[in-house]
Design a protein around this ligand. Structure first.
Ligand code: XMP
Ligand code: MG
Length: 186
């Protein structure tokens, strides 16, 4: 664990433990970047970054990918506090940008798979040439929707707990932590 991976005093009541330290994060991100660089050589893929949660991950991943690629962004929102609302609000996808393109959806965390299902539907409607997903985290849960897309590149599987940090939030807080931590009341 990195020396910076310490829960600051003022948040010790909110955060119970550090689950994934910053060194582990950067090692896995580099590894996924290598896999993507090999798989997408000469394909100039679009990394479709799902905001806000995946912004740190996408930034580190993109800078470690060694082949040409482009970046696009959309917003998706489903959680209120520590519970999923069951409704996903996804910003409209500009279909013209994805026609005939290889797309890699960059997610922070896949839980039920609902967000991913909706994004894939829009990208299929847009006639993307191929669609894959790279997610920082996948939650091991019984809530997964049957038939939801499989995640092609995963940095870490985590237990069914609410996590924050490295982009993930609890009501917009804690996104700035350089590590992934478990939120206490989850
Ligand atoms: P679904 O269920 O659509 O969920 O696969 C994906 C979205 O839900 C949010 N999510 C979390 N956000 N800590 C968070 O900060 C969590 O533990 C968590 N679990 C799910 C997240 O926005 C993700 O994109
Ligand atoms: Mg969130």
């Amino acid at each position: 664990m990195n020396a910076g991976d310490v829960i600051p005093e003022k948040w010790r009541n909110d955060i119970s433990e550090i689950l994934i330290g910053s060194t582990q994060l950067s090692k896995r991100v580099s590894h996924l970047a290598q896999l993507i660089s090999t798989d997408y050589e000469s394909q100039n893929p679009i990394l479709l970054v799902v905001l806000k949660g995946s912004f740190h991950f996408a930034s580190d991943l993109s800078r470690a990918i060694t082949v040409p690629h482009e970046l696009e962004f959309i917003r998706a929102k489903s959680y209120q506090g520590v519970t999923t609302s069951g409704n996903v609000h996804i910003q409209h996808i500009d279909e013209t940008k994805f026609f005939g393109r290889h797309v890699i959806v960059i997610e922070d965390i896949v839980e039920t798979g609902l967000t991913l299902t909706q994004i894939y539907r829009s990208l299929k409607d847009a006639h993307a040439a191929s669609i894959k997903c790279c997610s920082l985290l996948e939650k091991v849960t019984s809530n997964r929707i049957e038939g939801s897309p499989t995640v092609d590149y995963i940095a870490f599987h985590i237990p069914d707990k609410f996590v924050v940090g490295y982009g993930l939030d609890y009501d917009q807080a804690f996104r700035h932590f350089p590590f992934i931590a478990v939120y206490k009341s989850s």
